[in-house]
Design a protein around this ligand. Structure first.
Ligand code: GLU
Length: 510
């Protein structure tokens, strides 16, 4: 067996999605492990589209899978859109070109495969019989001994037939880079179909032919394919071909232990993208689901993962999807973006804010929210604090303004806001200065309040509620710098008037 440490050159791996749906995070993780392995080994990462199931395969799914993979940054070296010397990279095209039939004929000629004329109904009955005896459904080889001539005659007469692989006695050993050795007695496998009665190759056959033709050295995929690997190894053996090495990673489970599915929330890469997750955070999280670098570091860039990734360090245990951890990593990766990258990432999520402010104000506002976002989609709500004040009359928090101390804070703040009254409009070039001026103003206000025995906490809260109608949001210095001076003054005045009117009426009532 080829071990990871005695690699033939070059390493060639493939990701082989079926375009029957959008890219699930589980499949994205398979693609990622293949990608990291290939890049770490300076090998080739092939993308192959497994669309032999014509009824379920759709072109728009293929497009969206390619799009999501590219968005995740898992660029492939050969594939349907890129070409390559060992294509075509779409099974439907390979089938049309007769690439599978030659191999099937060879197996037939060597009596390693045979025509099966059993009807769907008969196969279904057989299956039910097996199940009623609590046995794994298995073909009973009824057509296994039909002489070749007789079979040819029936075919010539137009009788439909599939081609079945003849499973010899003995055992199959899957020597897996993650799972170790798994032994399958051939008896549990049963003769399986390699060419359907419509002439199309079955999954287990097409994959072997493709992996041979595409010179694949390592097959990395989910452990739901472990028994398929046993079947595929038999086909390699029958074709006298050296099989690739196998690595079957665990599947992603929901927190309740069931397979990750819709009922657990978002499951496709596209959904996470729309929810405001960064590709860097998603691949970082997916890699960590059952792998850790020797350093134990958690936040990693793609380049760092490539440098450290080794397939034998991937754990066998099931991977439990933990949204909290993804959120945490997403926040870290958001904070790490430089100004330009953050601006690009956040732009589609600006919502109404984009139309409500000048470019300069948006620039400060973006900076202000960058440190407090969990997902990019949180931006709209946080930016609302800047440009879309919640009317105090509708804000529950505004009740906190109606007391003498808060009124006093607002008076003092207003006096100081006058000092900020330089530019009527914020100017991005002066962002640093503006933020500094806002910090100074706040610290001066804090001291003044202290002298009057008003706690800083109350001062900050009052200030924030007055400006935004909300009790939490972006850091205050950014908020002040990002708002036009006139807006700050107007909002403070409005808050003071709001509080005064209610304090007054309270006084009258009492
Ligand atoms: N088309 C198969 C799937 O999507 C690929 C399995 C394999 O990697 O061989 O599950």
């Amino acid at each position: 067996m080829i071990s990871e440490h005695s690699l033939p050159t070059p390493v060639r791996v493939r990701f082989a999605p079926s375009p029957t749906g959008t890219l699930h995070v589980g499949s994205a993780r398979t693609a990622l492990y293949n990608y990291l392995f290939a890049r770490h080994q300076r090998g080739i990462f092939v993308l192959r589209i497994e669309d032999t199931d014509a009824a379920r395969s759709r072109q728009e799914f293929e497009r969206s899978i390619l799009d999501d993979l590219a968005w995740l940054g898992l660029e492939w070296d050969e594939g349907p859109d890129k070409g390559g010397d060992l294509g075509s990279y779409r099974q439907s095209e390979r089938s049309g070109a007769g690439l599978y039939s030659g191999y099937a004929r060879r197996l037939m000629d060597e009596n390693k495969a045979y025509h099966c004329f059993c009807s769907q109904e008969r196969l279904e009955e057989l299956k039910q019989e097996c199940l009623s005896r609590n046995e794994m459904p298995q073909y009973d080889r009824r057509c296994g001994d039909i002489p070749r001539q007789e079979a040819e005659a029936r075919l010539a007469a137009g009788e439909p037939a599939a081609i079945r692989f003849r499973v010899a006695d003995g055992e199959v050993v899957v020597d897996d880079l993650i799972h170790g050795r798994t032994v399958f007695p051939a008896g549990v496998i049963g003769d399986f179909i390699i060419v359907r009665s419509d002439g199309g190759p079955s999954y287990n056959f097409a994959v072997v032919v493709d992996d041979i033709d595409m010179e694949i050295t390592h097959v990395i995929r989910g452990e739901d394919h472990l028994t398929n690997s046993a079947r595929q190894l038999l086909v390699y053996r029958a074709l006298a071909q050296e099989p690739p090495s196998f690595a079957h990673h665990s599947l992603i489970m929901g927190p309740d232990g069931g397979k990750l599915s819709k009922r657990h929330g978002a499951t496709s890469v596209g959904e996470f993208r729309r929810l405001g997750y960064l590709p860097a955070a998603i691949i970082n999280y997916l890699a960590l689901l059952s792998w850790a670098p020797p350093s134990g570091r958690e936040q990693m860039s793609k380049a760092e993962m490539i440098k450290d990734f080794e397939i034998h360090r991937v754990a066998r245990s099931p991977a439990i999807f933990d949204l909290q951890k993804l959120n945490w990593l997403n926040g870290l990766h958001i904070r790490d973006l430089d100004g330009e990258a953050f601006h690009k990432a956040i732009t589609p999520f600006m919502g109404r804010a984009a139309g409500l402010a000048s470019e300069g104000q948006l620039a400060v506002a973006e900076k202000a929210v960058q440190t407090s976002l969990v997902t990019l989609a949180d931006a709209a709500g946080q930016l609302a604090a800047f440009f879309d004040q919640k009317p105090l009359a509708e804000a529950e928090e505004a009740a906190e303004l109606i007391n003498a101390a808060s009124m006093r804070v607002l008076e003092l703040a207003l006096a100081r806001a006058a000092a900020l009254n330089g530019a009527a409009e914020f100017n991005a070039a002066g962002a640093g200065e503006e933020i500094e001026a806002a910090r100074l103003m706040l610290s001066g206000l804090k001291q003044e309040c202290r002298q009057e025995e008003i706690a800083p906490k109350q001062m900050y809260r009052t200030f924030r509620i007055a400006l935004t109608g909300r009790a939490s949001g972006p850091e205050l210095p950014f908020l002040l710098a990002g708002l036009a001076r006139e807006t700050v003054r107007q909002r403070l005045e409005a808050a003071r008037d709001f509080a005064a009117a209610r304090l007054g009426s309270k006084g009258q009532a009492g």
